[in-house]
Design a binder for this molecule. Sequence first.
Ligand SMILES: [Cu+2]
Length: 73
Amino acid sequence: MTLQVEGMTCTGCEQRVSKVLRRLDGVREATADHRTGQVRVRFDPIVTDRAVLETQIETAGYQVTDDQQGGSR
Ligand SMILES: [Cu+2]
């Protein structure tokens, strides 16, 4: 899944976002790119879901701007 995230301005932001996601149960891999604002996440949908990931990203201080997949909002 790819999330569109606003507010990442440097590699430090990429690391912060990917770190909070990787820490979650069920997340296998998370890679952020501040230039495109995209965060790619591989996760187990039985263990976690998109809403949990979005909450973590927003708690870390960034905005998830795309909602085309999942309709969790
Ligand atoms: Cu930054």
